[in-house]
Design a binder for this molecule. Structure first.
Ligand SMILES: [Zn+2]
Length: 255
């Protein structure tokens, strides 16, 4: 980390958390009310740095508001409450579209998630390291906070996967290529979800995760934070792995 960034972060953390953002947190971010007090304080610290270091860009006519920035920063910060992952340091910009039709139909590129919508901007100033989100999908998730779906958790967990190679040890068929507990449990959970999807049976995990191991990790992250009890009942080993990775135990605060 460059030295100026180190001091900038230190300085930022000494500033009071802005009143208007606190109001948005309290009224528009359901997870904030559920977090234990000490995590609320940590969340605000993570958000202050996140908001300072990431750029938000409204696309398709969307104007970025404080509410949009606060909601996205809050959920992205839940994932890094304990392990900062250097605040998603590879990520520079968050592109937000108003609606579904621009929703991320992505392919993963080096250093970030590249979307179809992003394709025609390839030659412009924005390099890799972008994330694309649809605001209407985010809002929908917010008001149904127990449906196990959360686009922000989903996309940001892809960044963590890329950063740490979390699913790199599993092939597309779900065969583990590494011999460690994490890989075995992730691979086993992936194959289990594929079977469920094939048999059209429900799961605590969104069946979309049966696409490939990277999607499994992201839908598992969504379930872990949004309906931890269901995930824990269905697949306690997977819950334990995510608990180890995030160093968080949402079972204790989501109820
Ligand atoms: Zn995904």
């Amino acid at each position: 980390m460059p030295i100026y960034q180190f001091f900038k972060r230190k300085w930022l953390l000494r500033q009071p958390f802005p009143e208007n953002r606190l109001k948005i947190l309290e009224s528009k971010v359901p997870v904030y009310r559920k977090l234990p007090q000490h995590y609320r304080e940590t969340l605000k610290k993570r958000m202050v740095i996140f908001l300072d270091e990431k750029r938000f860009e409204g696309c398709g006519g969307l104007t970025i508001t404080d509410q949009i920035k606060t909601v996205i920063a809050a959920y992205a910060s839940v994932l890094i409450l304990e392990e900062t992952a250097d605040y998603y340091s590879g990520l520079q910009s968050i592109l937000v579209y108003p609606d579904d039709y621009m929703a991320p139909v992505y392919e993963e590129g080096e250093g970030g998630v590249i979307t179809e919508g992003y394709e025609h901007r390839k030659g412009e100033y924005w390099g890799a390291g972008n994330i694309v989100l649809s605001w209407s999908d985010i809002e929908e998730n917010l008001y149904e906070s127990d449906d196990g779906q959360n686009l922000i958790y989903h996309e940001f967990s892809h960044l963590l996967d890329d950063r740490y190679g979390l699913t790199a040890g599993i092939d597309e068929e779900g065969k583990p290529l590494r011999d460690d507990e994490w890989t075995h449990i992730m691979a086993g959970s992936f194959r289990k979800l594929q079977r469920r999807a094939y048999e059209r049976r429900k799961s605590a995990l969104d069946l979309y995760g049966a696409q490939n191991p990277a999607e499994l990790f992201s839908v598992a992250t969504e379930a872990f934070f949004e309906k931890p009890d269901e995930l824990h009942r269905e697949n306690p080993d997977l819950y334990r792995m995510l608990n180890n990775f995030y160093k968080l135990d949402p079972l204790r605060w989501m109820g």
